[in-house]
Design a protein around this ligand. Sequence first.
Ligand SMILES: [Zn+2]
Length: 77
Amino acid sequence: MEVLKQSLSDTPKKTAKDPCPVCNYDLHLNEVRSKRIGIVDNSDRVVGWICYKCKTEFDMEDLVIVLFSEEEIRGEA
Ligand SMILES: [Zn+2]
């Protein structure tokens, strides 16, 4: 289990990166902003986010809601 401990101690370095769980695209922009597209409900509460790159929708716990939702966005055209 020593290997596991070592990878945990590396965690602070990884905070500079914010890869999408689906496409692995680095969504980190800077400390306050990311390339994630926020999803808000009718009362402007953030309920999730969309990956800028692969358009997958996630909830606030980074669980996939819609995989590659681009089709829905394109459907408007
Ligand atoms: Zn993605």
